[in-house]
Design a protein around this ligand. Structure first.
Ligand SMILES: [Zn+2]
Length: 233
């Protein structure tokens, strides 16, 4: 048996655990989802096309940031290039991808999820944005890599840092969320779905519901994430 370092073994255990939690959550049907965690100079991600409950942590795949597989018998998830591009942002240590129902509906409709209330403001002052459209060439060649590039470009174009938003809607596709840890990325995938559903209900009740006032939004975000944060629920 090939020697596996304790730290790699632990990283694989954690990635397997979070992928299992994701798989068992309401955010994923069938096999539409994956999670990864930064590890050393790369990351660990779920392999492609496995049935998680029939698998185990040893099958998780270690990648570097150039797209080389460093450890694992199987191929990484087909979304690996998107995860890889997101790890070029040094603040991000975990990435989750889902096709959760309400958020994906917004992505398909090319509609961002506006900040309508304090629940949203607790996680971001901004809308959950939708990426710009990929052109035909970007889809035909290196689609997953270009999906990641569009995410970075879209966040940059908004003038914010990646950690100022829990994630993004990849146009016509689904959710990519991220965080300081893989656990945060999973929580953020959950909150994005919840915010999309809340927005859908709110705008159905009152189609002209406006975005929250900036001073309330800032208060909520800063008491949880600002330099003088004090809020815990
Ligand atoms: Zn997908």
């Amino acid at each position: 048996m090939i020697y596996m370092s304790d730290s790699l073994n632990n990283a694989k255990r954690n990635v397997y655990k979070v992928n299992s939690e994701l798989q068992n959550s309401h955010l994923v049907i069938q096999n539409f989802g994956n999670a990864s965690s930064r590890f050393l100079n790369g990351f660990v991600i779920k392999p492609s096309g496995i049935i998680l409950r029939e698998s185990n942590h040893k099958e998780m795949v270690q990648m570097d940031l150039e797209g080389n597989k460093l450890d694992g018998d199987l191929n990484p998830s087909s979304d690996e290039p998107t995860h890889r591009i997101l790890y070029t942002d040094k603040d991000i240590n975990g990435v989750v991808h889902t096709h959760s129902k309400y958020a994906t509906a917004f992505a398909q409709a090319n509609l961002e999820v506006p900040n309508l209330g304090t629940t949203h403001s607790d996680f971001s002052k901004y809308s959950i944005f939708v990426t710009e459209q990929l052109d035909k060439d970007e889809v035909v060649n290196d689609y997953e890599l270009n999906t990641g590039k569009k995410i970075i470009e879209t966040i940059k174009s908004k003038g914010i840092s990646m950690l100022e938003t829990p994630g993004i809607l990849s146009i016509r596709h689904g959710v990519f969320s991220w965080g300081k840890t893989i656990e945060d990325a999973l929580k953020n995938a959950e909150i994005i779905e919840y915010l999309a559903e809340l927005c859908f209900i709110t705008r159905n009740l009152n189609p002209s519901s406006e975005t929250i006032e900036d001073f309330i939004s800032s208060k909520h975000f800063n008491r949880k994430h600002g330099p003088n944060k004090y809020y815990g629920q």
